[in-house]
Design a protein around this ligand. Structure first.
Ligand code: NAD
Length: 488
């Protein structure tokens, strides 16, 4: 739909139909790379959530009456349609989230399609067990869908993280109400349209756009939502956990990180330094697993800092639609302010700003790649998630010192270790408190491998077979084998 000023206007998508928001309000979606308006998007409220939840509940029966293999076929078809429309989706994601087009093409879009195909393979393989508990009964389990899933998605990887939630939920026979981040809803709205085209029954995948504090809150409070899958900040995650307690909803929380990337003196610096730089500057640092603490053994500290500065200088920042742009803007002026405030905090705490630290001299919410040295482990810039292109380079003495510093935050999502010593990398990998540890590489994820953390990084695991636990409930069935006479 297009408004009179030619700005596209998007409604809610509920029960297979476009629905005007109860509030009559729309938010303005801008391109963070040039601050131009891209679209108007419906601002849903609690009433819209209620309508969507009712549609999702009704659709549960329809979706689960289908053969598992037929549900799989619809998911494969959706993956095919995502592939067919990928140039459109890549451009939408680039413009809406301020991501360089090359990285959306290389990473976000292929990962989203791969995720849909991977989980399309699961519906007819989600099996129970016959457990021979006793001779007088046939005892077995089946795995039922948890029911209606509320999926709350952040703005840093809108399509990829959205599909991380949608695909396994569909594979398990669940229906969904999806709430994209208010700033970046465009690709998930399009995915829901493509899902209808693929043959997904109306009501199975509903999209209610709007504010987190309104739509997200209403989803968490709604008694008809059986499960919330959330990716976002620890503060909002805590509120969701408290809200879910009111009706004992199941929840999965994928939260923040302050990941350590540990470089020992014997590491291959030609590999370690470029990976450490992209580990923190990729997606302008708006990555939950950003290696924002670069721990460097003292013998190579100065050399690593010099090389990191050279890498930061070489990063091409600017127009995200250009194929050679490496770093885009932050997602909003608010996020830019948060990051620049952290730069000030770092300076006031006594860390040395050796590169960057300012807003780029261009339109859009661009911040320079930024490097601090002389960072003490206790400083706020070393303990708190900044979610911007800010690296703290921290020296360490030996393995014990590295592990102490790496494990010394409230987060535990990911970590990296670089060394030529095969025994050391395994020992350190085991000692690091992190859901994922990369050895002599950094930042890769694959939908087949579990993903998640503990503490302020949340709980539960997405990806792979682990995600199926999130969307199914085991049911025990006990069939008596006693003859009727004996049962009396
Ligand atoms: P956020 O917590 O501000 O928002 C996330 C989502 O929650 C958005 O859709 C938002 O609208 C919604 N929301 C906001 N208030 C809500 C409320 N009261 N009730 C329900 N929902 C509400 O996070 P963000 O700024 O969009 O994303 C950045 C955060 O996400 C960072 O902390 C980052 O580390 C984390 N993240 C984690 C992972 C992971 O896999 N662990 C991946 C990406 C991002």
């Amino acid at each position: 739909m297009t408004t009179s000023t030619n700005i596209p206007q998007h409604e809610l998508l509920i029960d297979g139909k476009y629905v005007k928001p109860d509030s009559g309000d729309y938010s303005t979606i801008v391109n963070p790379a040039n601050e131009e308006v891209l679209a108007k998007v419906a601002r849903g409220d609690a009433k819209d959530v209620d309508t969507a939840v009712k549609a999702a509940r009704a659709a549960l029966k329809v979706w689960n009456r289908m053969r598992a293999a037929d549900r799989a076929q619809i998911m494969y078809k959706l993956a095919d349609l995502m592939e067919k429309h990928q140039e459109e989706l890549i451009m939408l994601e680039t413009l809406n989230a301020g991501k360089p087009i090359a990285s959306v093409r290389r990473q976000d879009m292929p990962a989203a399609i791969d995720t849909m195909r991977y989980y399309a393979g699961w519906p007819d393989k989600i099996i129970g067990q016959v457990i021979p508990a006793r001779p007088d009964a046939l005892t077995y389990t089946v795995r039922e869908p948890v029911g209606v899933v509320g999926a709350i998605v952040p703005w840093n990887f809108p399509i990829m993280i959205g599909i991380w939630k949608i695909a396994p939920a569909l594979a398990c026979g669940c229906t969904l109400v999806v709430k994209p981040a208010e700033l970046t809803p465009l690709t998930l709205i399009r995915i829901a349209e493509l899902a209808l085209e693929a043959g997904l029954p109306p009501g199975v995948l509903n999209v209610v756009t709007g504010r987190g504090s309104v739509v997200g809150d209403a989803m968490v409070a709604h008694p008809g939502v059986d499960k919330i899958t959330f990716t976002g900040s620890p503060g909002v995650g805590r509120g969701i956990m408290q809200g879910a307690a009111s009706n004992f909803k199941r929840i999965t929380l994928e939260l923040g990180g302050k990941s350590a990337n540990v470089i020992f003196s014997d590491a291959d610096l030609d590999s370690a330094v470029p990976a450490a730089a992209s580990g923190v500057f990729f997606n302008a640092g708006q990555v939950c697993s950003a290696g924002s603490r670069i721990l460097v053994q003292k013998g190579v500290y100065d050399e690593v800092v010099d090389r990191l500065i050279q890498r930061a200088k070489a990063i091409r920042i600017g127009d995200t639609a250009k194929p050679d742009t490496v770093m885009g803007p932050l997602v909003s002026s608010q996020q830019m302010k948060t990051v620049l405030d952290y730069v000030d905090i770092g300076k006031k705490e006594g860390a040395s700003l050796v590169y960057g630290g300012g807003r780029c001299d261009m339109k859009g919410y661009f911040v320079e790649p930024t490097i601090f040295t002389g960072v003490e482990h206790e400083m706020r810039i070393s303990q708190e998630e900044i979610f911007g292109p800010v690296a703290s380079v921290i020296p360490f003495e030996d393995e014990a010192d590295a592990v102490r510093i790496a494990n010394g935050t409230a987060f535990s999502l990911a970590a990296g270790v670089w060394s030529a010593d095969i025994t050391r990398v395994h020992q350190v990998a085991h000692e690091l408190r992190a859901g994922t540890v990369w050895i002599n590489t950094y930042g890769y994820t694959d939908i087949r491998l579990p993903w998640g953390g503990t503490g302020e990084s949340g709980f539960g695991r997405e990806h792979g077979e682990a995600a199926l636990e999130n969307f199914t409930e085991p049911k025990t069935i006990w069939l008596s084998l006693l003859d009727k006479q004996k049962q009396k």
